[in-house]
Design a protein around this ligand. Structure first.
Ligand code: ATP
Length: 209
């Protein structure tokens, strides 16, 4: 595939997928809150890899993050819905929110495979997440179930012991952390998050604004 920067990584353990399956991307995350970086990477990966759809999958409780729940899963879900509205390529996947408890990607992928055997799955992760892959629940099985698609993030290396398809996307230095920091300092978040998300945050007084 032309967009893969280091094709050698694919020879380590390329998943044995069926042919003619629908290529579906998955962007899992906490989305606390969703920002334009999420939408840009989903759109760019879909375009470069020819994905039919990208599922936005908010977690219930991520296993490896010190999750300070300043807002509810419902509010995160609502903001993801607002973010993806109007883009037919994007779709909400609520399985982790509905399952509750700690969200293990392995469990979610297992479920998606069962419900949608016609899907070939591309799991999108930012460069910051790559270093955590060895700690992921059942990672050895997971790498045989999905293609991991890496999106470069400033300050994080493109190295992994696992096969990662790195896509060539302009660096976007927006994070949910940055948005929360800006809100806490009463700074503008306009053009960093979708307009509807900005409105939702202020209307509901999220993040103590
Ligand atoms: P936080 O700052 O709270 O850690 P985040 O901005 O990383 O949040 P998440 O919801 O945790 O947002 O991200 C979901 C996925 O999207 C993760 O794989 C993350 O690495 C990736 N991601 C988010 N923002 C970017 C970005 N600007 N560039 C590349 N990947 C990103």
């Amino acid at each position: 595939m032309q967009t893969v920067k280091d094709p050698q990584t694919l020879t380590i353990s390329e998943p044995d997928f069926g042919r003619n399956k629908k290529r579906i991307g998955i962007l899992g995350g906490t989305f606390n809150p969703p920002h334009l970086g999420h939408l840009i990477i989903a759109e760019q990966v879909a375009d470069q890899l020819g994905l039919e759809r990208v599922l936005f999958m908010p977690d219930s409780k991520p296993p490896h993050v010190d999750h300070k729940e300043s807002i509810s899963p419902f509010e995160r879900e609502q903001m993801v819905e607002l973010s993806i509205a109007g883009n037919d390529l994007f779709q909400m996947e609520k399985c982790e929110l509905e399952r509750g408890g700690i969200s293990y990607t392995y469990d979610s992928i297992k479920l998606l495979q069962k419900c949608h055997p016609e899907y070939e799955l591309y799991f999108i992760i930012g460069g910051d997440m790559v270093a955590y892959l060895p700690k992921w629940h059942k990672i050895e099985q997971l790498i045989k179930m999905v293609h991991f698609v890496g999106v470069i993030r400033e300050g994080y290396p493109q190295k992994s012991q696992y096969p990662i398809m790195w896509v060539d996307i302009p660096l976007i230095n927006i994070s949910s952390t940055l948005i929360r920091q800006k809100l806490s300092q009463h700074c503008s978040i306009k053009y960093l998050v979708p307009d509807a998300v900005e409105k939702y945050i202020y209307e509901r007084g999220l993040y103590d604004v």
